[in-house]
Write a protein of this length. Structure first.
Length: 290
């Protein structure tokens, strides 16, 4: 599953939902939570169902539900079962245990509606409270349905009582850089993709490109987007370049004799270089196939 770009779409906006049908994002996140006022959520659920019945060539979509156990969550899950998205994005889980409880609830609903068990995948926004951050190590035992991990800084900074989550250069402050790294490590420990958080200033294309390329270099597989104009920049950052692919092929060729080490262009290579090259070609082949 390719998840370079995941575009949030407020589910109560017919105009934005229609525009999203032709998005180049790898996946959409139809949002029933933060971008939708409580009074509009029932209408948003109806629009999600209508969207799901639309043209078959629309992008794959996920649904961000309200927090598990909240009054809105049960109604959101009924919409999920009807709309049959790839999965749900789960905000503010306190720990993986919240996802295990959600798994049981989803399983009951899947059986009741004749869906295969585990059909609905899960991506938690795994860092939105201090308790959640301190529970990241528990993803070493990944809960069922886990497809990826992503992180967020806005709700966390509010929970911490912070005036801002940025430093005087506009970069994430130290606490949030630590949280980002922990999320990346937790995802890799769980054996799933790590998705970089959003770049809130959607008019700052240069800043978005820096953030996306840094995320790709650090090991993230994709990035959240909050505006359609961000999608092309994100996709480009997480797509191997022609030069990357050519070099990866040369690295793999250098190891063709089965040796544990090799040399290329006067540099010694070992197994981590081979694994990195194999990963680049795997991503490239998946993108070509899709």
């Amino acid at each position: 599953m390719i998840l370079r770009s995941m575009l949030f779409v407020p589910a109560d906006s017919e105009r934005k939902l229609e525009k999203a049908r032709v998005s180049k994002a790898d996946a959409l996140i139809l949002d029933l939570e933060d971008s939708v006022a409580a009074a509009n959520r029932q209408r948003a659920r109806e629009l999600v169902r209508a969207f799901a019945k639309g043209a078959a060539n629309r992008p794959l979509f996920w649904i961000r539900i309200n927090p598990a156990g909240s009054p809105d969550c049960a109604d959101d899950l009924e919409t999920v079962i009807t709309a049959k998205p790839v999965g749900v994005v789960v905000p503010k889980p306190g720990s993986p245990d919240a996802l295990r409880a959600l798994d049981r609830e989803l399983s009951e609903r899947e059986r009741a509606h004749g869906l295969p068990d585990g059909a609905i995948r899960v991506i938690p926004v795994a860092t939105e409270t201090p308790t959640a951050v301190l529970s990241l190590f528990e993803y070493r035992r990944p809960p069922p349905r886990l497809a990826a991990l992503t992180w967020g800084a806005e709700d966390l900074s509010a929970a911490l009582g912070a005036a801002t989550n940025r430093d005087d250069k506009g970069e994430f402050a130290f606490t949030y850089r630590v949280v980002r790294s922990l999320c990346l490590l937790a995802a890799k420990a769980a054996g799933v993709a790590a998705i970089e958080t959003l770049h809130a200033d959607f008019k700052d294309g240069a800043g978005l490109e820096r953030a996306a390329r840094a995320a790709q270099q650090d090991g993230f597989s994709g990035m959240l987007a909050i505006h359609p104009d961000q999608v092309d920049i994100i996709n480009a950052a997480f797509t191997p370049s022609a030069a990357d692919v050519e070099y990866a092929r040369r690295v793999i060729t250098a190891f063709a004799d089965g040796a544990g080490v090799a040399s290329l262009d006067g540099k010694m290579l070992d197994q981590p270089h081979l694994k990195q090259a194999q990963h680049i070609l795997q991503v490239y082949d998946m993108l070509r196939a899709s």
